[in-house]
Design a protein around this ligand. Sequence first.
Ligand code: NAP
Length: 225
Amino acid sequence: MMRSRKLRIALVGGTGNQGPGLALRWALAGHQVLIGSRRAEKAERVARELSDTLRPLRADYEFGHGVNQEVVGEADVVVFTIPFEGLRPTCEALKDRIRPGTVVLSPVAPMKKTKVGLMPDLPPEGSAAELMANLLPQAKVVSAFQTVSASLLRAIPEPIEGDVVVCGDDEGAKELVMELVEDIPNLRPLDGGPLAYSRVLEALTPLLISMGKRIGNPNLGVKFT
Ligand SMILES: NC(=O)c1ccc[n+]([C@@H]2O[C@H](COP(=O)([O-])OP(=O)(O)OC[C@H]3O[C@@H](n4cnc5c(N)ncnc54)[C@H](OP(=O)(O)O)[C@@H]3O)[C@@H](O)[C@H]2O)c1
């Protein structure tokens, strides 16, 4: 794929914590970003707020917006920035709207509270990303960003130190997502191999969150040396 290619990126549930940070970063990199929501008014409000946030850095930028069903059909890359609980019904609802060959990115990390602390809660398919690949067979599912803090992503234009492991079964799609990681200064993409390794990746998030609380750093990330 061409490095300089500008993409149309739709964020399903781009109205929460993780979506807006990714939206701001990719807008700064020159991509066209569409904020999706279950409610059109919410998408419009968040898109307006993000355009205002970006104004000091890119005065001319306007985020697109719409209900999830609309925005996914217009995108080269669809990112599911929603909680795991909503993943199955949302994939089922959007299945027919996502065009064949679309790159679908999952930052989803299924977790549950247990007596000893926050733990991974991976589905029988192996991981959230593998569940998505089952539910969206026409898409090229790639897994990444589970270990990147939403707050750091939102802190534009500050760079973010750390590695982002990218897993996927389609090499072209994985390469494209690795380029999207590189678009965010100073994140380093690492090829994590097939989508099945998303099980390991998704399981890191509850560790980072609970360890972050213990050591007083809510924005812990990972770095491989
Ligand atoms: N927060 C982080 O630091 C972080 C870091 C790494 C990975 N992640 C992963 O990124 C994903 C999103 O995290 P988040 O913190 O942004 O989540 P969030 O703020 O709780 O939710 C994001 C958006 O998802 C939509 N949503 C909520 N429940 C839904 C449901 N049942 N069905 C469909 N849509 C629903 C909502 O959008 P509308 O109401 O507008 O539809 C909401 O604004 C999660 O899977 C999480 O594991 C988060």
